[in-house]
Design a protein around this ligand. Structure first.
Ligand code: NAD
Length: 443
């Protein structure tokens, strides 16, 4: 079995490292954030990711998984080094490669024997070649000509279901022109390969493009149904019926056809922006993607403005918002629609009572600019107490089954905004509340 180092122990690195160890590999996860590494060494998972603690505990106990801040030793002892560092957006939308470059140069300054360097970070087309150059420059500085190959192996896991996704992927994509590297990668993914998980081998550029094209397509699909939902509101159609019937068409599929307050998270916003930038740089404008980016921003604001248009002036009103993470089962609030919505409502003069099952710590710093208007509640009913409206922003399971009569009694006014359409209008009305969903006319 290959000895693997994973550089970057964030959402992707920690899950990849732990699951690769579960496949039987020996894995050492590296991060330059000491605090994170110390927590992981004690078995504490720094992120909220269901099921990850058990995989980490199991593999740490049998000696297949370890954590370190010492990149030197980890890389030197490994045959395969994954790069799983962040690639945040820069002001012009392109992916910032500083962390990837730093990791690549570190690897180049350390390796002494043939090593496969696997890029798991989401990176613009052409980055694999750059990584090759950065590593070569560093080995040349030491007067060495060490053999190595760079592979692109994009990751498609979803936060909140990351362990399942990593261990049951729809496909594995390997971009490489080296047969030696491709054979080593088959070993790394041996258990999935034997399970006949679709295994797509291609060149570096195609692998890099597959990741952006896939994420952009999903972002377009969400944005499409959001626009249809907006039109349904004006025309008397019900978007849930429309989406259900559309989804039954095998050519369309039912996934990502759920209207809401826009997509967020660490991937779709930044990957669509990066793909649009690649299009502009290559003089091949990606019109659909460009439009999707703008439409999605409007959708976030639209959700907030709709609350204002229903309730009138929000000055001095108190609003309860449930769900702050960009989706359920994660504490990640990067580009969460909740941020745009909270900021808009607070700037209208509303007082916000907020609750999220996992993202309260994140919310405290991400909503710093409006902290004077915010009360961080201890649970969903504490958040509802005395509010003039309840707004469901993120569809955590525990918000799907609220005691609606208790909610009615706790609210000062009966407004119920369901931005995820998780309730049936009739059950809300029966509880004596006023229902406002997405894409159903609310008439
Ligand atoms: P993250 O910010 O959670 O984690 C990155 C980690 O890398 C951090 O812990 C940071 O301290 C560490 N790091 C940075 N430079 C380092 C270095 N030189 N040495 C050691 N550690 C270093 O990021 P993430 O969400 O895990 O994303 C990583 C990449 O994977 C991104 O390119 C992202 O687009 C991609 N991706 C993310 C997801 C997701 O759902 N989060 C899914 C698929 C792909």
């Amino acid at each position: 079995m290959a000895k693997i180092a994973v550089i970057g122990t964030g959402y992707v690195g920690s899950v990849s490292g732990a699951c690769l160890a579960d496949f039987g590999n020996h894995v050492i996860c590296v991060d330059n954030n000491n605090e994170k590494i110390e927590m992981l060494k004690k078995g504490i998972i720094p992120i909220y990711e269901p099921g990850l603690d058990a995989v980490v505990a199991r593999n740490t106990a049998c000696g297949r998984l370890s954590f370190t801040a010492d990149t030197q030793t980890a890389v030197k002892e490994s045959d395969v080094v994954f790069i799983a560092v962040g690639t945040p957006p820069t002001c012009d939308g392109s992916a910032d490669l500083v962390y990837v470059e730093a990791a690549a140069r570190q690897i180049g300054s350390i390796i002494e024997k043939y090593t496969v360097i696997v890029n798991k970070s989401t990176v613009p087309v052409g980055t694999g070649r750059k990584v090759t150059n950065w590593i070569s420059e560093e080995t040349a500085k030491r007067g060495l000509s060490v053999g190595f190959d760079v592979v692109s192996n994009p990751e498609f896991l979803r936060e909140g279901a990351a362990v399942y996704d990593f261990t049951h992927p729809d496909r594995i994509v390997i971009g490489s022109e080296s047969e030696r590297a491709r054979n080593i990668m088959k070993d790394v993914y041996r258990s999935l390969y034997l399970n006949e998980t679709p295994y797509i081998e291609t060149n570096l550029e195609s692998a890099e493009m597959i990741k952006y094209a896939s994420n952009a397509f999903l972002a377009v699909k969400i944005t499409f149904i959001n626009e249809i939902a907006n039109l349904c509101e004006k025309t008397g159609a019900n978007v849930q019926d429309v989406a259900r019937a559309m989804g039954k068409d095998g050519r369309i599929g039912s996934k990502f056809l759920h209207p809401g307050p826009g997509y967020g998270g660490s991937c779709f916003p930044k990957d669509t922006k990066a793909l649009a930038k690649i299009g502009r740089d290559n003089n091949e404008i990606q019109n659909i993607v460009e439009t999707t980016i703008n439409t999605n921003e409007n959708q976030k604001l639209r959700a907030a403005k709709n609350i204002e248009s229903v309730m009138g002036s929000l000055s001095g009103k108190t609003l309860c918002l449930l769900g702050l993470a960009f989706k359920p089962n994660t504490d990640d609030m990067r580009e969460s629609p909740a941020i745009t919505i909270c900021e808009y409502l607070a700037n209208c003069g509303a007082v916000l009572r907020l609750y999220d099952p996992a993202a309260m710590k994140e919310a405290r710093w991400r909503l710093k600019t409006i902290e004077k208007s915010v009360y961080f509640a201890t649970d969903e009913y504490d958040a509802v107490r005395g509010a003039d409206a309840l707004v469901i922003v993120t569809e955590w399971n525990q918000f799907r089954n609220l005691d609606l009569y208790k909610v009615k009694n706790l609210l000062a006014s009966p407004y119920f905004f369901d931005l995820r359409n998780i309730y049936k209008k009739q059950e809300i009305l029966t509880a004596g509340l006023l229902y406002f969903g997405i894409g159903s006319g609310n008439k």
